[in-house]
Design a protein around this ligand. Structure first.
Ligand code: GRF
Length: 205
């Protein structure tokens, strides 16, 4: 079993999908880390997952936040750290120390529309397709090697609420598949290229 740590700041619907589908991957979620009070905390508590709060606003500056986060990540000794709506930018020292061990999910087809409000950015730009991307975290903003992407056609959804719901739905499915393959050591990174080494790729049964 791989040891997994989830980092979240918000509603935690991706985290919930991981909790509800634990039989889909050979991993154990050993802790939730949050940087603020948020809904994800109660999801962890209901499921008996320890919560580590590193409240960014309570830290005296970036150094203290970095120090406390680094300490938590090191002491947890996880195989993978899964960002699921974690709204703090990870300090470079952490990204370097945990290279190819931190994974993020982003609600657009990167490299289009990095950063906040990605769904609104896509709608405002007028693209016909958007979706979600799961990637390893590097030093940039949503720029790390891409593990998986799934597209949705914007015209199929009547407003931003419907589109957002659909994107969340595909995020949950895709994240679970990626976690399954991470836990089976079936995801290889070579520079910017990520290879899924199981026979059917991400969609194998
Ligand atoms: C998701 O859309 C994810 O792509 C982005 O933040 C959102 C988190 O949603 N990074 P939730 O908290 O998992 O519901």
């Amino acid at each position: 079993m791989k040891k997994l740590v989830v980092l979240a700041s918000g509603s935690g619907s991706n985290f919930q999908a991981m909790l509800d589908n634990r039989d889909m991957y050979k991993g154990e979620i050993i802790a939730l880390i949050v940087d603020r009070e948020c809904n994800a905390i109660s999801r962890a508590q209901i499921n008996g997952i320890p919560v580590i709060k590193i409240i960014r606003k309570e830290c005296k500056g970036r150094q203290e936040f970095k120090h406390r986060l680094l300490e938590a990540l090191v002491s947890l000794k996880a195989d993978y750290y899964l960002l699921a709506g974690f709204m703090s930018i990870l300090p470079e020292e952490i990204v370097v120390k945990f290279r190819n061990k931190i994974i993020n999910i982003h609600p657009s087809l990167l490299p289009a529309f990095p950063g906040v409000d990605a769904i609104t950015q896509a709608l405002d730009y007028g693209v016909k397709l958007t979706g979600c991307t799961i990637h390893f975290v590097d030093e940039g903003m949503d720029t790390g090697p891409i593990i998986a992407q799934k597209a949705v056609e914007i015209a199929n959804y009547k407003d931003i609420q419907e589109l957002t719901l659909k994107i969340h739905e595909i995020e949950h499915e895709l994240y679970l598949k990626v976690i399954k393959h991470l836990c089976e050591e079936a995801i290889l990174v070579k520079g910017r290229k990520v290879e899924i080494i199981s026979q059917g790729g991400l969609d194998e049964n």
